[in-house]
Design a protein around this ligand. Sequence first.
Ligand code: SAM
Length: 237
Amino acid sequence: MSVKSTNENDIAPSQEIFRRYGFAMEPSTLAQLCKYHDFLQNENLKMNLTAVEETEEIYEKHFVDSLMLGKTIDLDSKSLLDVGSGAGFPGVPLKIVHPDIELTIVDSTRKRIRFLENLRGLLGLSFTLHHGRIEEFDRSNTYDIVVARAVARLNTLLELCLPFVKVGGMFVAYKGREYQEEIEASVGAMETLGGRLGRVDVFDVAGATRALIHVEKIKQTPAKYPREFKHIKKNPL
Ligand code: SAM
């Protein structure tokens, strides 16, 4: 794989973008994010990884947006599951900036998992990758924090993700401006699955409203969840 090497001139523009959002990064961290950007842009020419193609947009809409979670909760030394990570969002930028996170990614698309394997090698990162659907993942795997961005509506996401959160842990959904409506439609699902609505942090990235919906896991999720996807789709909670 051919990716250009990163030097100080490459990292300067990205440093300015992160500063704008209140992130002060070490040069080595910026260099990792810069390499990630270059690899994503190159590979995106060969396969469909992201609709976000311009450099500044990749930094803001993918990297900055992913990293906002680190401003709202303490991630260090936590186990974190990213469901439907696609080209690595939000899990991989979080792992780069908080290297003590124990990251696991589950995604149902083989080519995206292959991209993430190559990215992991390129950046010398350590995280676990599983190709498959989350509703078929072994429920004995539980995590301090489970995250998902752009995978499904909140009521469906809760069924897919809350079973894998440890009691006392947290599920965090990355959502857009219709977050309030999604929360209102998910009150029953939260209760059924052992969750309780926590903080909702709202911020602006690249001129768009973004929301981090925190759902605390207060009791065990009944063993029958998550159901097969056809049942979730036909009869959502
Ligand atoms: N989270 C990334 C982001 O925000 O850029 C990717 C979003 S992409 C629109 C949705 C991803 O979720 C795809 O890579 C797809 O393969 C994955 N996905 C959808 N349903 C899934 C499921 N039930 N289990 C695992 N992965 C799933």
